[in-house]
Design a protein around this ligand. Structure first.
Ligand SMILES: [Zn+2]
Length: 356
């Protein structure tokens, strides 16, 4: 298997919901260590900085994935959950789950109606999380506790992986594929750079979208590039929504806005947009410009730190975001690596000519 593809597979295979990212962090520490000192703040955000002079560009990607937390175990041993991040309930019925119990990973399945007995009135209904239950194969609360399950234990979607041609089907491509792309930058920088390059692998993005704050405040980069997914809309359900397609190139967000209560989003400065488009053009990479409501990243908050941190979001298109199996293109990921390499390589020349 392609080495880069293998890395993506390894990263998506690691269980790491928001607040429980340590295994992803361990994997990265092992791989980043050979390039320099890997720092970890007190929330668990990892960072590495190459170079010690000149303008400073930071790239970040989040390590965590959406998941669940056990809320209640009933007398028969069925488990009720809270959502950890944006989990769409419509995909849960009959779905497999992995729970990080005290004694290790426990598999379970979301209960559902037996097809033969489903009344017409229930067939097309989606149950809210409070009405969903997980069956872990035990028959009492006591037995559930005896296999190591407790209120407050975390869960994730079951692991899943296959590749068809250049199309990847996997859990947690959001944002392990982003982490894999960002890590590739380390292979192309040297300590002799006349600029500072930092990589940040952040925690709890899916939970609170701002846990990255302490490390960004500390590093105080001149430019912050956030790498994350962007919802592709090339499946039949989304026809006519936008032009974002998998296999058509990395994404440049011109406008992202949460739109669900939080007045948060990123409007990248035009000089930074122009720079990124310029880098793409030089590398002959087609990039997809995006304006999206419903998406938010840590950048919405970290851009306000210190004296202001110019921030831009780039990424890769993904179908079925936050679902058990997400779909993206290896071609887009490789082009994204090529693009961010160019962004970092030309950064000194670009930034030193700017008059702010
Ligand atoms: Zn994400």
């Amino acid at each position: 298997m392609d080495k880069f593809l293998k890395t993506i597979h390894e990263l998506t295979d690691i269980v790491g919901p928001s607040g429980r990212e340590s295994k992803v962090a361990d994997y990265l520490k092992k791989n980043w260590n050979e390039y320099g000192e890997v720092k970890e703040d007190r929330l668990g955000n990892l960072s590495i900085t190459i170079g010690n002079k000149g303008p400073h560009i930071a790239f970040s990607a989040h390590m965590d994935e959406v998941g669940f937390v056990i809320k209640y175990i009933d007398e028969k041993g069925f488990i009720s959950l809270n959502k950890l991040g944006g989990i769409p309930e419509r995909v849960l019925s009959g779905q497999k789950i992995l729970i990080l119990g005290k004694k290790g990973l426990i598999q379970g399945v979301f209960t559902t109606w037996p097809h033969h007995l489903t009344p017409e009135s229930e067939k097309y209904k989606v149950k809210p999380i409070g009405e969903c239950w997980v069956d872990v194969g035990v028959f009492s609360k006591k037995e559930a506790e005896s296999i190591g399950l407790r209120v407050g234990d975390f869960g994730v979607y079951s692991r899943s992986w296959h590749v068809e041609g250049k199309t990847i089907f996997s859990n947690s491509l959001d944002n392990r594929a982003g982490i894999a792309c960002m890590s590739q930058l380390l292979e192309n920088v040297t300590k002799k750079n006349n600029f500072k390059l930092s990589l940040i692998a952040s925690v709890q993005e899916e939970f609170c979208i701002r846990a990255l704050t302490p490390t960004v405040r500390e590093l105080n980069p001149d430019v912050h590039v956030i790498i994350d997914i962007s919802p592709a809309t090339d499946n039949p359900e989304m026809q006519g929504y936008s032009d974002i397609k998998i296999g058509h190139g990395p994404i440049l967000h011109l406008h992202s806005f949460h739109g669900r209560g939080t007045l948060g989003g990123v409007l990248p400065p035009s000089w930074l947009v122009n720079y990124i488009e310029d880098c793409a053009q030089k590398q002959k990479i087609h990039i997809q410009r995006s304006s999206v409501v419903g998406v938010i990243t840590d950048g919405a908050f970290t851009q306000h730190l210190n004296y202001g941190i110019p921030t831009v979001e780039v990424g890769f298109p993904v179908r079925y975001t936050h679902c058990p199996i997400e779909v993206c293109s290896l071609v887009d990921l490789k082009n994204l690596v090529n693009l961010i390499n160019k962004i970092s390589k030309d950064f000194y020349n670009f930034y030193s000519k700017q008059s702010f």
